[in-house]
Design a protein around this ligand. Sequence first.
Ligand code: ADP
Ligand code: MG
Length: 272
Amino acid sequence: MSDPTRPRQPRIIAIANQKGGVGKTTTAINLAAGLAELGARILLVDLDPQGNASTGLGIEAENRKLTTYDLLIDDAALSDVIQETDVPGLLICPANADLSSADMELFSNEKRSFLLHDALRQPAMDAFALDFILIDCPPSLSLLTVNAMVACHSVLVPLQSEFFALEGLSQLMLTVREVRQTANPSLRIEGVVLTMYDGRNRLSQQVETDARQNLGDLVFQTIIPRNVRVSEAPSFSLPVLSYDSASKGSEAYRALAAELLARHPIAHTETV
Ligand code: ADP
Ligand code: MG
């Protein structure tokens, strides 16, 4: 039940696709940076034991004393887990390999699918005054991803512009349907975003045509091109928007952020 005395709650979006290497983490980092540039306050929850989002935003392994694992399993306080990044307005809940045992440890916990849901809805969250929470999911449909789907309002699916891209999507949609039926009836698909698109490659064009034909309006207008600056940025611990602000990749993630903000306006940003 929403409490009218509480501030407006952030929109929670899980970035999920059980395939690895399709651009989930890249999209989580750069969409978050794009939203932050437009004046939104974002929390990126790293829900992948690989911790790539944490590394990509410059949180060194030794500075991840408390992580998403502690938040889920040990009831750690949000204020002890959440860290600032170098991007103004962008906070992160970092992850490390501890999270890989969470699936096993949670097995006998009857609230196991709701741990992230409950953690993100603690009253202590209000103090962060967030507009969005983005969750970077692991490459599986494991209990961690289910936790993300139970916790979120919508799922954003990065789709790599390559052969077989649409395969596997039906499995993901099936999981979304199951979560809708059991734990989160209002769960929506926020949209599908084409990533690593190469306009000179007919295969990329074919994937786009197929995706728009099959998924219609679910496909974001914005397409993320394959761009070497995007892949270089994490080794400098920066979103591409900070690493090379004028790159094609930065422009695309800015456009994606604007497309998302147009759907979910926030009070204190400029009109986009
Ligand atoms: P996932 O989180 O789905 O496993 P990543 O975001 O880690 O995928 O991306 C996989 C690899 O592809 C990474 O090396 C990343 O730098 C690279 N990559 C992602 N998006 C792009 C892009 N638009 N252009 C070039 N390289 C990209
Ligand atoms: Mg990843």
